[in-house]
Design a protein around this ligand. Sequence first.
Ligand SMILES: *Cc1c(COP(=O)(O)O)cnc(C)c1O
Length: 353
Amino acid sequence: MSAQKIPVIEIPKGELKKFDPDNFSFGKNFTNYMLEADYINGEWTKAVIKKYEPLSLDPSTAALHYGQTIFEGIKAFKNEKGDVAIFRPDQNFIRFNISAERMQMPTVPSWLFMEGMNQLVALEKEWIPNGTDASLYIRPFMIATDPFLGVRPSQTYKFMIILGPSGTYYSTPMKILIEQKYTRATPGGVGFAKNGGNYGASLYPVSLAQQKGYDQVLWTDAIEHKFVEEVGMMNVMFVMDGKVITPSIDRGTVLKGVTRNSAIILLREMGYEVEERDLGVSEIVEAHKKGLFQEVFGVGTAAVVSYISKLAHGDYIMDFDVDALKVAPALKKELNDLRMGNIVDKHNWLVHI
Ligand SMILES: *Cc1c(COP(=O)(O)O)cnc(C)c1O
């Protein structure tokens, strides 16, 4: 089933929306077409690219009740020459299937996820905004579709890909509160999977932090709240005494970010020492007291590199002069240059469309 072309149901010309580059926002505007396929009797079938439109679901649809839903986030870019490329989608494909297995859902084949995505993006090239930070956001997802209220793995599923233009995600530097009560992920849990429930569960602690004047929380380990894990929906990196330190993914509570992995590789090539290991809140505070804590930033597909201007642990406040950052802006530039085709893609991370 390789390189199988997915049939396209053409939208009548009069119904086609035109992309307005001056008027769109991330997550709100979607392209004309979407991809849809169903898993029935143990196989993926009815794959089609068709008009973006509402779904009709039975109210007892399993995904609406018990959270058997997973997703991915990927970006396609257009450079100044008009060339279109998707950044490392093979890594998202692997992770999607890891998420599927953890949630007792069927894996998706490459012809559906990879070839389907390429075909859809090729069809919607016009919707990729110009500019360094701009992209076409690609959202593959899968939901359990059995109309049945019993708690068991669904026997049917729907896989879809939708696309929407995206500008800069977070523009202002973030203020972050180190979380000391709530948790995002537990050992043995589903923190390494991109399943819907993880994000629903994070909204309440984040809203409490927002009431105190912060933008997001820095998640800590579920057992003692001693070790740092992630910042919001991003991986987190610290610069201390010139070294870059990022939490290890070994406990299964830190999502294996594609941006995180790319950043580690690029930073090492740029000459930085990068450590992947457990990092204690106490170590961070000690480094700050000694004047050795230089930078902290988030990394992820949505925001690429997000600067942090304030990090608080209870009453202890650590401030960062965003204009004096070195590593985070250098990494951001390297990633953007790579994605825009300004530097040689020696790792073959770009899939050209
Ligand atoms: C998606 C996500 C990330 C970032 O992963 P990327 O592959 O870099 O986009 C980090 N943490 C969480 C919890 C996420 O959901």
